[in-house]
Design a protein around this ligand. Structure first.
Ligand SMILES: Nc1ncnc2c1ncn2[C@@H]1O[C@H](COP(=O)(O)OP(=O)(O)OP(=O)(O)O)[C@@H](O)[C@H]1O
Ligand SMILES: [Mg+2]
Length: 352
């Protein structure tokens, strides 16, 4: 089946010049990212702060210009489309942001907020638009009488429901949820997550679910992609990535939340001990050569500092960007060290 969303080698660079005469610096906020989302699929995107998750989301929605690469929605290039074609494409993917306070215009009624997104996309207007807005409020667990109210009359969870209703107005195929539940308290968060799962089932929606709570991302996603300094370093079925991470960075993320995953408390404690040694993240404006995680990786080999690991298919639908996933590093290290690293990550031996 054709993917609903297809990112190919998407790169987003930011440039700065600290002073006249000083060299121009380039930050690869998103670095050659490949990612496909099938219709109805939910893909989680995780990684520490600054790894580039929001920049991916903003690149897809056109909020950040893309330096190179291709973004396809149902086979149509978002980057090349213009005018009416672009509008038609844009209505097929919508975004919900973290902050339900700043993402709704306080001076606009909920009704206007919802119908505006139809107007923007050249869809229904007038009574038909209002009727659709009322339906969407019901779909997210609010009442049609709420159309006349203003954002300040709602709680954080309700505002996020309104943001979701707004996203649904154009009948999208994909919703990008950037930390959409992160600002909510635990019980409200659980309710909004239930709502999202129900909507996905009923409307065959695909999600790109960005979050930092790995347990939540695991629950919401079919697959999980892990970002580190602009690159996707691991992607695979959600349960596999959480239970049996194949990239040392994923393992280190999991090690910081011992309750997630099934590696046992002892193993988690050992991982934590080993993986927290080199805690300082590199300066993204001046990243290490080779593998960007080399400066913090407990399994670092000589080649890691020299060569960027390729994306290696480690199982069906699972990819890791780590030299340990290939046989290339073997022989450059002592056999014992190599085996220890592989054993620690519970990696199957690569097929010879
Ligand atoms: N407009 C910009 N100009 C310069 N640098 C930027 C800009 N937007 C983002 N960045 C940088 O790009 C990198 C990726 O940022 P991004 O916001 O995508 O990270 P993130 O994974 O969403 O982090 P968080 O978990 O904190 O939301 C960071 O180093 C950030 O400082
Ligand atoms: Mg972000």
């Amino acid at each position: 089946m054709n993917p609903i969303l297809n990112l190919e080698r998407v790169t987003v660079e930011f440039v700065r010049q600290r002073a006249v005469g000083r060299p121009r610096q380039v930050l690869h906020a998103v670095n050659e990212v490949d990612l496909e989302i099938a219709p109805g699929e939910a893909v989680g995107l995780v990684g520490e702060s600054g790894s580039g998750k929001s920049t991916v989301a903003r690149a897809i929605t056109g909020l950040n210009p893309v330096t190179s690469g291709a973004i396809g929605v149902d086979g149509n290039s978002v980057l090349r489309a213009k005018g009416k074609d672009l509008r038609m494409l844009r209505r097929r993917f919508q975004m919900v942001f973290q902050d339900p306070y700043s993402s709704l215009d306080p001076s606009m009624s909920i009704g206007s907020t919802l119908t505006e997104s139809l107007t923007v996309h050249g869809l229904e207007r007038g009574p038909a638009a209002v009727e659709r807005a009322a339906d969407m409020l019901l779909a997210v667990g609010l009442r049609s009488a709420d159309l006349a109210k203003y954002p300040h009359e709602f709680s954080g969870g309700q505002r996020q429901r309104i943001a979701i209703a707004r996203a649904l107005m154009t009948d999208p195929d994909l919703i990008i949820l950037d930390e959409a539940v992160s600002a909510l308290d635990v019980s409200t968060r659980a309710q909004v997550l239930d709502l999202l799962q129900g909507l996905r089932r009923d409307r065959r929606l695909a999600y790109l679910f960005i979050g930092h709570d790995l347990a939540v991302v695991q629950r919401m996603s079919d697959r999980i992609a892990v970002m580190y300094l602009g690159r996707i370093v691991e992607v695979g079925p959600a349960d596999d990535v959480i239970r049996n991470p194949q990239h040392p960075y994923t393992a280190s993320l999991l090690a910081s939340v011992p309750q997630v995953g099934s590696r046992g408390a002892e193993r988690a404690a050992e991982l934590r001990r080993r993986l927290h040694v080199r805690a300082d993240p590199p300066d993204p404006w001046n990243p290490p050569s080779g593998c960007a995680f080399a400066t913090r990786c407990p399994f670092v080999m000589e080649m890691c500092r020299a060569e960027t690991p390729p994306a290696v298919e480690i199982a069906s639908e699972a990819v890791s960007r780590c030299h340990l996933a290939t046989d290339a590093g073997r022989g450059t290290e002592s056999e014992a060290r190599w085996d220890r690293a592989r054993e620690f990550l519970a990696m199957p031996s690569p097929a010879s």
